[in-house]
Design a protein around this ligand. Sequence first.
Ligand SMILES: [Fe+2]
Ligand SMILES: [Fe+2]
Length: 184
Amino acid sequence: MKPIGPMMWEHRLIEKMLRLFDDEIRKIIEWNKVDTVFIDTAVDFIRTYADRTHHGKEEDILFRDLEKKKLSSEHARIMAELTEEHKYARRTVGKLIDAKERYLKGENTSQFVVSFLKELAWFYPQHIEKEDKHFFFPCMEYFTKEEQDRMLSEFWEFDRKMIHEKYTKVVDLLIGERGKGAEK
Ligand SMILES: [Fe+2]
Ligand SMILES: [Fe+2]
């Protein structure tokens, strides 16, 4: 299997999650109420799965190895765009969290929550299409079969570490919150 195989499976799950946003947006507009549990779940999915696990493999492994190759100007341009787009997604998720936090404090930020959900629902399919249709396949041509096999093994190893990284973070966060509570 080529290393882009698992990357494309991950795209399918990201798309599936993003499709749920439309219904959520409709509900917020209809009821002028935000389901903050849904937002927390969506944020966790994007941060842990789409960003850390998926964009992480793209940036830390695929793009890192591509940078060592002599890329065509078109591929170099697309890679720079993709990196910028990952940053844009991180910023948008940050804004969504901020709007949700303010909502929890009693501010009516539902229209902001809607607009950031819309931004993400609009952004990801385009980003994914750029990678699937214009980047991943031609990029594999820069690598030998051995290099591709090594990359795939590195992807599996990257994934293996994720569950531990995620739950170490969860526990550290809880300990931090308890610490804050004890200071009060
Ligand atoms: Fe990406
Ligand atoms: Fe991707």
